[in-house]
Design a protein around this ligand. Structure first.
Ligand code: P71
Length: 476
């Protein structure tokens, strides 16, 4: 598939250190086969996350120099508020240092014990912040959103019938807010259609419940609407975003994604009384309302990033680059989640490595091999991240999906980097029977994937023993 070439040129470069396979072998062993514990400067292509890893533009860097670091009333705050109001349409804008603080402030203010929050699929931090209030996080994505092989345009949609049933069952008094994550990260970066937003809004109205967006990847979602939803082909992406947000009452935002910055976030909403309560809390935990845990220069960079991310040449390249990586893998027969999402390609490790049972972490085995052989960092989204012991029986419970996510930072890697990643994954795919299962040697009681240590069962040197292996000179 062809897609537009990079709509930017490179003015500043960040050299990558050459690391030998032997060093990587040692590093990953020292890390207990946990990719979170590997030093980032030993990685060639880092696809751990698209969050906070964007390259800023010259325009954003210039904005940093215009940072007004006054404690109160920084001019950058006013530019930031004006920009958020213009795109999102919500009058009350509250800056935070990143997305999860926006979630924390919202849920601390709205939720009480036993409440229920529906969402298409809660991202981990959103779920954790709901549960921290002893409330229940309900995932109500359409059924096809959980099928990695269903090649459909809007697999991020929230099922309005499931939402209706949840509201009828729990009662609107126990559901203070309905959330919609755009794009749906935990479901593979899949978009939500405007028709679905409207349908969800209708159900919310029937019960008098407000609707909030988890808006991290709103520009990528709006781009998919333009590409895929009938009636939107001739609309500007910014207008699609404005229309989408017009059906909501507010949003939480991690600007580390579609804000094109390395740190920052915000809350925006219509309800003045909520905004006042949240602002009082903000002063306690983040700072004065005109900076909210950020420097003035950060607010300027976010304001500029929010405009740049809606540039359609940028979006065509961005979403096209991610799709291109997916296409290269599909052509070689590598099983991935389809269609490719906006910010990442998800490899289906269950189908790629059927000889490794889920109890032996096939996804993590692939993650380890990608780093050791090729210097690529991916992240497991499967049995290591979500597997747990049943509290009653003590039996192992594994998630339905066993995925490896290749998240692409924005404007950071070239298409040649994508080819390198594709070649590497394909090489491992062709040698897949050599990958071995893993077992845990240490696990923490919660969020174990961040600190777990593992070891290989029946260790086999995959690529080193293979004659004719492609040498990637960049990392040798
Ligand atoms: C991602 C992240 C960042 C991350 C978070 C936790 C562990 C590893 C990496 C963050 C999101 C997100 C959505 C939909 C809220 C947040 C939190 N995603 N909603 O995908 O995807 O934002 O990081 O600014 O607090 O790698 P925050």
């Amino acid at each position: 598939m062809r897609f537009p070439a990079e709509p930017f040129r490179i003015k500043v470069v960040e050299p990558l250190r050459r690391v030998t396979r032997e060093e990587r072998e040692q590093r990953i062993a020292e890390a207990g086969l946990n990719i979170f514990s590997v030093p980032a400067d030993t990685i060639y292509v880092d696809l751990l996350t698209d969050s906070g890893t964007s390259a800023m533009s010259d325009n954003q860097w210039a904005g940093l120099m215009l940072g007004d670091e006054s404690y109160a009333g920084s001019k950058n705050f006013y530019t930031f508020v004006e920009t958020v109001r213009d795109i999102f349409g919500y009058p009350h804008v509250i800056p935070t240092h990143q997305g999860r603080m926006a979630e924390n402030l919202l849920f601390t203010t709205l939720l009480k014990k036993g409440d229920v929050v529906p969402n298409n699929i809660h991202f981990d931090t959103t779920r954790a912040n709901v549960e921290a209030q002893q409330a229940v996080a309900l995932d109500l994505v359409v059924d096809e959103g959980l099928d990695p092989t269903a090649d459909l345009p809007f697999k991020g949609n929230l099922d309005p019938e499931k939402l209706d049933r949840a509201l009828a069952e729990h009662g609107p008094e126990r559901i203070p807010v309905v959330m919609l994550t755009v794009t749906n990260n935990s479901g593979g970066g899949q978009p939500v259609s405007i028709a679905n937003v409207k349908a969800v809004r209708k159900v919310c109205d029937r019960y008098g419940v407000p609707l909030f967006f988890d808006a991290c990847r709103f520009a990528e979602n709006s781009w998919f609407v333009k590409q895929r939803e009938p009636g939107y082909q001739d609309r500007e992406v910014i207008d699609i975003a404005r229309e989408m947000f017009s059906y909501g009452d507010g949003c939480t935002m991690s600007a580390k994604k579609d804000g094109l910055v390395n740190i920052g976030g915000f809350l925006a909403m219509k309800n003045a009384e909520w905004a006042e309560r949240i602002t009082n809390l903000l002063i306690l935990v983040e700072g004065f309302p005109t900076y909210g845990g950020l420097a003035g220069r950060d607010l300027e960079a976010i304001a500029r990033g929010l405009r740049e991310v809606l540039n359609e040449d940028y979006l065509a390249f961005r979403v096209g680059q991610v799709a291109h990586l997916g296409d290269l893998l599909v052509q070689a027969g590598v099983p991935i989640v389809k269609p490719v999402g906006g910010h990442a390609v998800y490899i289906d490790a269950k189908r790629m490595l059927p000889h490794i049972p889920q109890s032996q972490f096939p996804g993590q085995s692939l993650v380890v091999a990608l780093y050791r052989e090729y210097g690529i960092r991916a992240v497991e989204v499967g049995s290591l991240m979500f597997g747990h012991k049943d509290p009653k029986t003590g039996a192992d419970v594994f998630p339905q999906l066993e995925l490896v996510r290749l998240a692409i930072p924005r404007r950071v890697y070239t298409t040649e980097h994508m080819r390198y990643v594709a070649d590497s994954v394909i090489q491992l795919f062709n040698e897949r029977e050599k990958l071995r299962g893993l077992r845990l040697s240490y696990e923490a009681p919660v969020l174990r994937h961040f600190t777990a240590r593992l070891e290989e069962i029946g260790r086999a040197d995959v690529a080193r023993s293979t004659p004719g292996r492609v040498e990637h000179s960049a990392t040798r």
